[in-house]
Design a protein around this ligand. Structure first.
Ligand code: ZN
Length: 298
């Protein structure tokens, strides 16, 4: 079964079983017509709101499985009644088209125009970025959305300065303009609707947490608190973005630099993506109590 369908089914089951604690909504729609689903965990009218997003990069879809399990865990064992003033907005799969491409290749995409564009991406990537990936693994290693835009390079923080491929590609293309993609807009719609206290972004791999995206003194203080909390919960080391020279125009850059909202990027697992199923138990172990720890600080 496709991970997207599995996720949808699990979310519907959760909402049916725990209607007072969980609501499922659509935050937007991908180019190939898939809903970008949001699970609101807790009290929607709470004063504190937290955004958690996973699978912004197609091939990193193991994090969708993690987010779904974290939601179930919170509902069943998380003592949700002890956090009446916090609501967690979880996007378990920001990039459903990209995940579908990584899982099944181009046949998973329905729109003929998108299929043509994807074939062009492949041809161009293999001509202009030789060695970027083996032909047989090309779709499997897909990171972008179905329009060949790398969503984590599509946010308007350092977007102009960021270079990278000039045309749609399996990874690294920033799009024709900042926030051009429906998936980027879906993430931003939550920022428009709720006063977000912090943002957690799940990626893979590396078993580390990127933090320290710069910003004002106050922004850095808030980031430090969130970074230490997530590092303590997961056991992952912290890596400063300012001193390690990461690419810009990412989701965390945007929230920290533009909105002064603390954000961290958690890189789960070890090895090349898509990660092997054997990676999951360790990923689960590291992240099992993170939702509760984050909610507990407010
Ligand atoms: Zn990623």
């Amino acid at each position: 079964m496709m991970l997207y369908d599995w996720m949808k089914r699990e979310l519907v089951k959760m909402e049916r079983k725990y209607p007072a604690l969980l609501q499922i909504r659509s935050a937007g729609r991908s180019a190939d017509g898939r809903q970008i689903l949001e699970a609101a965990l807790g009290n929607d009218r709470a004063p504190v709101h937290v955004l958690v997003q996973a699978s912004m990069h197609g091939r990193e879809y193991i994090n969708t499985k993690l987010a779904v399990r974290q939601l179930w865990h919170s509902l069943e064992h998380g003592d949700m009644e002890t956090y009446p003033h916090v609501c967690l907005h979880v996007l378990p799969m920001v990039n459903p088209d990209g995940v579908t491409i990584s899982q099944t290749g181009i046949n998973g995409i329905r729109n003929p125009g998108l299929k043509r564009l994807l074939q062009q991406c492949k041809q161009k990537d293999q001509e202009s970025r030789p060695g970027i990936m083996e032909t047989k693994d090309y779709w499997k290693r897909w990171k972008a959305n179905a329009r060949g835009v790398d969503l984590n390079r599509n946010f308007s923080a350092g977007w102009k300065e960021y270079r990278g491929p000039a045309a749609p590609s399996c990874q690294g293309y920033k799009g024709k303009r900042a926030e051009s993609e429906p998936e980027t807009q879906a993430v931003l719609s939550l920022h428009q609707r709720y006063p977000l206290a912090c943002v957690l972004s799940y990626h893979s791999s590396g078993k580390k947490i990127f933090w320290d995206y710069g910003g004002s003194e106050k922004a850095r203080k808030d980031q430090r608190r969130l970074a230490h909390l997530t590092a303590a919960a997961t056991g992952y080391p912290l890596v400063s973005v300012r001193t390690s020279g990461q690419d810009q125009a990412g989701c965390s850059d945007y929230f920290v630099l533009h909105c002064e909202i603390p954000a961290v990027t958690i890189e789960n697992g070890e090895g090349d993506c898509p990660l092997k199923e054997e990676e999951f138990p360790a990923i689960w172990q590291a992240n099992r109590d993170l939702f509760q720890k984050v909610m507990g600080q407010y």
